[in-house]
Design a protein around this ligand. Structure first.
Ligand code: PMP
Length: 440
């Protein structure tokens, strides 16, 4: 890889400095390249679809900050909005007009939500939604699915895919068993298990939380029958259905994944929705929301406490609003979806040419690819991937200037800034690496 042959490798020097100061040299585990090996790229700047590392090496970026950068980096309208907001003040700890505007914009686009509250990370939003579900129902138990990640709050940090999976942990140290005793973990897309859980614990279940398209075990869709049955069981038993759309919200469609399920399941809507990533456009911003009667259980109106010094931050809300105004333009998701499909079809074609088992799925600007003959439906099936082969693919692409997620448990992202030339260059790079893979 280019960086390993440089006499003065600035990525490596920065990584050594960072490792002495920050655990693993990173502020979020998957950035460390632990699974794939090698030196993490320290990013110096980004523009459009590209990242440049500390050595000045350019990469076509399919991580997009793990989802938020749907317009690409440095979109002029977003930069202008952020600059203007920064001049007006960073944080007031008092309400602002922009929070109201952002709430109006999100609620207009996601009709299942009547009210929302803004927070600063997906973790906070998921954790708060769970507390609200428990507070509103007066019940203790939550159902989550193997391979779904909802942030690192204690009760949710069980079989949570993503970084935990990358490092081979079922759950985190530091979470006592009593803290997760009310968390039921079921297999994704398994209707029978869900029915059994409700048959056994129905009156104690506060909510079912799920990623509608799971992006923390690569890319696995909830089947329509599974989603439909989850909705029915929650309604029958008085539990809340919580859709974690931190990744899928404003990424797979303007109305999130829930808008796609609503097209196939008459009257479908979740009770609570969790959002993050795109709604902040790259700034720390997330939200959770739902029907008025449930949301009014939150402090200061109700007994469920939740708060934040930087919640609804004026610079972050400016960034999010400017981003949402761009994605709400007619045809945005159609164009983004076409670009993404053109990428995954190109990759599949290149793999087919050399007889490599390979499959992909995508929706809007989100995609997954697997070194498997067919798409997995749950986490154990994702695990059938050959890790060393994935690592070879990752480094082969990285060395050719294409930056995909450094772990096989992560979805990838295309932005509106990716051009057809970027897609072609990516497929050309993949063609070379695929040829290496079938020879090795
Ligand atoms: N939920 C989902 C579905 C996510 O993908 C993530 C982050 N990847 C989170 C929650 C947590 O968000 P954050 O990292 O902003 O805390």
């Amino acid at each position: 890889h280019s960086t390993d042959t440089l006499a003065d490798d600035r990525n490596q020097r920065l990584f050594e400095r960072a490792q002495a100061l920050i655990p693993g040299g990173v502020n979020s585990p998957v950035r460390a390249f632990r699974a794939v090996g090698g030196t993490p790229r320290f990013i110096q700047r980004a523009q459009g679809a590209y990242l440049w590392d500390a050595n000045g090496q350019r990469y076509i970026d399919y991580i997009g900050s793990w989802g938020p950068m749907i317009l690409g980096h440095g979109h002029p309208a977003v930069v202008e909005a952020v600059q203007k907001a920064a001049l007006e003040g960073f944080s007031f700890g008092a309400p602002t007009e922009r929070e109201v505007e952002l709430a109006e914009e999100i609620l207009r686009l996601v009709p299942s939500m009547e009210m929302l509250r803004l927070v600063s990370s997906g973790t906070e939003a998921g954790m708060s939604a769970i507390r609200l579900a428990r507070g509103a129902t007066g019940r203790p138990k939550i159902v989550k699915f193997n391979g779904c990640y909802h942030g690192h709050a204690d009760s949710l940090l069980v079989k949570a895919g993503s970084g935990l999976a990358t490092f081979g942990h079922a759950t985190s140290a530091g979470v006592p068993p009593e803290v997760v005793q009310h968390t039921l973990v079921l297999e994704y897309n398994d209707v029978a298990q869900l029915e059994e859980a409700f048959a056994l614990h129905g009156s104690e279940i506060a909510c079912v939380i799920m990623e509608p398209i799971a992006g923390n075990m690569n890319f696995v869709r909830a089947s329509v029958p599974f989603m439909q049955r989850a909705r029915e069981l929650c309604t029958q038993h008085g539990a809340l259905l919580v859709l974690d759309e931190v990744m899928t919200g404003f990424r797979v469609a303007l109305g999130g994944a829930q808008s796609l399920y609503a097209q196939q399941i008459p009257g479908f809507a979740p009770d609570l929705t969790v959002l993050g990533k795109v709604i902040g456009g790259g700034m720390p911003l997330a939200a959770f929301g739902g029907p008025r009667a449930i949301m009014e259980q939150l402090a200061p109106l109700g007994p469920v406490y939740q708060a934040g010094t930087l919640s609804g931050n004026p610079v972050a809300t400016a960034c999010g609003l400017a981003t949402l105004r761009e994605v709400a333009r007619p045809g945005f998701y159609e164009r983004l979806g076409e670009r993404t499909r053109s990428l995954v079809q190109g990759l599949e074609g290149a793999a087919r040419e050399v007889g490599l088992p390979f499959c992909t799925d995508s929706q809007g600007g989100m995609f997954g690819f697997f070194l498997l003959p067919q798409l997995p439906q749950d986490y154990p099936q994702v695990l059938r991937t050959d890790g060393p082969r994935f690592n070879h693919l990752f480094h082969g692409l990285l060395g050719r200037g294409v930056y995909v997620a450094p772990a096989l448990y992560e979805a990838c992202f295309v932005s509106a800034a990716h051009t057809e030339e970027d897609i072609e260059a990516t497929v050309a790079a993949a063609r070379e690496v695929f040829a290496e893979l079938v020879r090795s």
